[in-house]
Write a protein that binds this ligand. Sequence first.
Ligand code: HEC
Length: 208
Amino acid sequence: MTLTRARREPRWQGGQRAAAGVSLLLLASCLAACRLDMHIQPRFDPYAPTDLFNDGRSERPMVPGTVAHGHLRTDTLLYTGRINGVVADEFPFPITAADLERGRERFNVYCTPCHDYTGSGRGMVVQRGFQHPAPPSYHIDRLMKAPVGHFFEVMTNGYGAMYSYAARVSVEDRWRIAAYIRALQLSQHATLDDVPAPERGALAGKAP
Ligand code: HEC
């Protein structure tokens, strides 16, 4: 349709052609100017000096208290493992069976090479020579009594010869691992009293 109509239109005369050429030229120069504007923008390059501000710097200091998006860490227990500066013995969120399961999975990935699947501190890396110092067993009295925030802190900041896991294990996963360590400790130290009363009978006589 459009093709046939275009063909029927009369061809341009000489004068018209010249006028069209001039306007094309004008358009082209205008476009070129626009393009130049895009190249040389009215902005400062990073660290470019300026006399616009008294300190001579084009980049402005951040407003005091500025927080990067997603980095507002008001929950000190969650992020530091402490309450009012004291290592906390509580979790920042309720630990569900799914959290424990996730904790076990992450513990097995990151901690077992040295701490072993039971937390004995006799992981494969230790058996192959990482012994100065070797990790302590999680079942020693001091760590049995340590508040759960201590385990979070050890993972977050590192501890002596052990490096920090903050870059590898998310904040929430560190708490889940801490919960799983508590479960490991219980697994080695449970007494008959920890068994629900109705099931104690089934175990009677089997305790070592
Ligand atoms: C490469 C080996 C290695 C890995 C992997 C490792 N640790 Fe350790 N960990 C150590 C060593 C070594 C120590 C003893 C450090 C010292 O006393 O200087 C230690 C100590 C600890 C302690 C005891 C701190 C105390 O109060 O004595 C805890 C708790 C702990 N690690 C938790 C973890 C957790 C949780 C993970 C996994 C996220 C982990 N570690 C991964 C080597 C490791």
